[in-house]
Design a binder for this molecule. Structure first.
Ligand code: NDP
Length: 316
């Protein structure tokens, strides 16, 4: 006889601040949540060092330690945390329908509600010297790490809205920001471009790319190349910020749920409802603007409340 397929009331995919906060709320509402962690349990915060901007930690907290705390808090109320990767989904379009989920290409599950909190992954340049110095002065989040470079000179790569926003943010903290744009123009909105060009301590360089990040343990400089003249120059910096975009982790949901052109899951109004009844999205997977641990946690809470109300509405 075939083994019975496990039925889960609230399945949470992803284990960053959004997923675990959803789990804390869902567990306390007796939805018996199951969290599948993905391949990077704890999410993006486990690759950062100090988190100084999450409320409630006056002395700051190490990213991995915070994620362990969040996991413990979710487990305290009975969340079942499992290591595994969701590899396929088949969402029902019916209200009250059952969603089919495959984990690790082998485990079949059925879920009454699904909370997608799979996050987004920051893009990097891919240079070996850049990868080696991640956590040693190379960062993909100015709001998270900018403060460590107070009154210092940093460089930032990118010409989109994120880069423009992060350059102006860093310019308030740092002595100087060398902004590197690979083409002859910025992709950022005109208003953001104006903010960049009118900020005195942003040294904007077009047609410029990084050839190598210099430094053994920590960033000490960058060798830059002008991709038109091929001229190179070394600049001393202590921090390097990469702001060339994010990729939402939504590959597995393609064709199953509404997304924007970049693959971010679309949610309705100020809720976490997606176009699929019983499927909710929280955290960076649906957020192109704020992308903070605390905002991810906030939407995780919202998703659990939305899931609880949805289940209630179909029981009534
Ligand atoms: P974008 O994709 O808009 O911009 C990416 C930037 O990085 C481009 O300048 C691109 O250059 C550059 N880039 C990409 N790869 C490399 C590379 N290998 N080397 C050097 N440069 C590279 O990403 P954003 O994160 O800026 O924005 C994503 C979306 O979010 C956009 O729609 C944006 O408008 C939105 N957003 C809105 C905000 C707001 O409204 N407040 C704030 C932040 C983002 P190139 O142009 O040459 O390809």
């Amino acid at each position: 006889m075939a083994e019975a397929i496990e039925r889960i009331k609230c399945l949470i995919i992803g284990s960053g601040p959004a997923g675990y906060t959803a789990a804390i709320y869902a567990a306390r509402a007796d939805l018996k949540p199951v969290v599948y962690t993905g391949m990077e349990p704890g999410g993006q915060l486990t690759t950062t060092t100090e988190v100084d901007n999450f409320p409630g930690y006056p002395k700051g907290v190490e990213g991995p330690a915070m994620m362990t705390d969040l996991q413990k808090q979710a487990e305290r109320f009975g969340t079942d945390v499992r290591f595994g990767m969701v590899t396929a989904v088949e969402f029902s379009k019916e209200v009250g329908g059952i969603h089919k989920v495959t984990v690790d290409d082998s485990i079949q599950l059925e879920a009454e509600t699904v909370i997608i909190s799979t996050g987004a992954t920051a893009k990097y340049l891919g240079l070996p010297s850049e990868q080696r110095l991640r956590g040693g002065g190379v960062s993909a989040c100015a709001v998270c790490d900018g403060f460590f470079y107070k009154d210092q000179t940093v460089a930032l790569v990118g010409g989109g809205d994120t880069a423009a926003e992060e350059a102006t943010y860093l310019a308030n903290i740092c002595e100087k920001v060398i902004m590197l744009v690979r083409s002859g123009e910025m992709r950022a909105s005109k208003a953001m471009q104006h903010r960049v060009t009118s900020t005195k301590n942003i040294d904007l360089r077009y047609h410029t790319e990084i050839e190598e990040v210099l430094g053994e343990q920590v960033v000490e400089g960058v060798r830059l190349i002008n991709n038109q003249t091929k001229e190179t120059v070394v600049e001393e910096i202590t921090g390097l910020f990469i702001a060339i975009g994010h990729t939402p982790n939504t590959e597995v949901f393609k064709g199953q749920i509404d997304m924007d052109a970049d693959g971010y899951i679309l949610t309705k109004g100020k809720t976490t409802h997606t176009n699929i009844p019983g499927v909710f999205a929280s955290g960076d997977v649906q957020d192109t603007v704020y992308r903070q641990a605390v905002t991810a946690a906030g939407t995780g809470c919202m998703a659990a409340l939305d899931a609880e109300r949805y289940l209630q509405s179909i029981e009534d």
